[in-house]
Design a protein around this ligand. Sequence first.
Ligand code: NDP
Ligand code: GDR
Length: 373
Amino acid sequence: MSKRALITGITGQDGSYLAELLLANGYEVHGIKRRASLFNTQRIDHIYEDPHVDNARIKLHYGDLTDSSNLTRILSQVQPDEVYNLGAQSHVAVSFEAPEYTADVDAMGTLRLLEAIRFLGLEKKTRFYQASTSELYGLVQETPQNETTPFHPRSPYAVAKLYSYWITINYREAYGLFACNGILFNHESPRRGETFVTRKITRGLAHIAQGLETCIYMGNIDSLRDWGHAKDYVRMQWMMLQQEHPDDFVIATGKQYSVREFIRWAAAELGLDLEFRGTGVDEVATVAAITSDKAPGLKVGDVVMRIDPRYFRPAEVESLLGDPSKAKEKLGWEPQITAREMCAEMVAEDFKTARRHALLKEHGLNLPFSVEG
Ligand code: NDP
Ligand code: GDR
């Protein structure tokens, strides 16, 4: 009989890649989606199966991590072998605007799920994965960060995730639940939400190349991150639940780059060499050379990036660099896609979409798109 998995956050970046992976591994996949006024299943539409056909292997349930009775009912119906808790208000900057909601979903939501597993007597059957984060390290105490590095969270998001990290360990210790934390460093893809920094850059620059926008407005471009590809990281989420004993793992590449460097890479994919002038608060990036025909409207000297202090955070995590040795030694996991390759893939996808928008515009069809980020 095939294994059954339940994914919270199936409509998000990781949820969509994980669902693909589990289906490919023969699982029956159940996902929790939130009710929204518009369809919000774009990332999984390509794997969705009509529930009216026989043997559909993917099923969506309406639900929300703020609603205990709903979670308990879904768990009771699905009786999953594995639960992947990926659902979250996952934007760090937004967590400063909505701290209470973020705590409710990102901290209490995890407790609700764990309690539902216990209440239903599933603790011997159901394995549990918690989407923990490098944001736990915050104000870093040592570099690179590994499973024993002390935490110092720097946002309502990170503090809420700290609760979830410990409550996951607590349910493992107290009730023998097979529960694991993946302490994942930043991971991106063409499916990354448009307001996270990498996607904001690749999408924004693709728009600029095609004459749909003129400039991207950024926050702290000195920030340093260890960026991997979401596809590599969801593989490790699954591997963690296949071990003999539950454990916690750092998932990272062990390489670090600045946001500024990522902007340079993305521009280079579009045939644009950029020159950065100024520092931090007043920095601008101008086009220094053009080496392709992807950006026909641009000329040397055009300003394509400025700083907007609106995007600075009340408390910043300046630098993150992970040490994934334990994942490599114990599970044989290694990332296969470099940050640079991932950037190229993201730009290529965003360029295709921008080109479509530009072509429609040329023919008088102005399809609106959001730029606020
Ligand atoms: P996304 O923001 O792309 O996806 C988040 C998912 O959670 C979406 O499906 C969203 O639904 C859902 N969600 C939000 N609020 C609720 C709620 N109240 N109830 C139920 N579901 C909800 O995140 P990622 O895929 O990038 O990340 C997955 C998880 O991993 C998150 O928990 C994130 O915090 C964590 N993480 C991510 C890292 C990264 O670099 N990507 C690194 C480390 C940890 P909807 O589509 O309706 O908005
Ligand atoms: P992060 O990701 O906060 O690390 O959280 P994000 O891409 O939002 O920011 C990374 C760094 O870039 C700086 N930055 C900007 N960020 C955004 N979003 N927009 C900007 O304009 C901008 N300019 C500079 C940020 O200040 C930051 O230093 C992500 C999320 O996926 C979390 O859910 C996850 O837990 C962590 O990664 C690991």
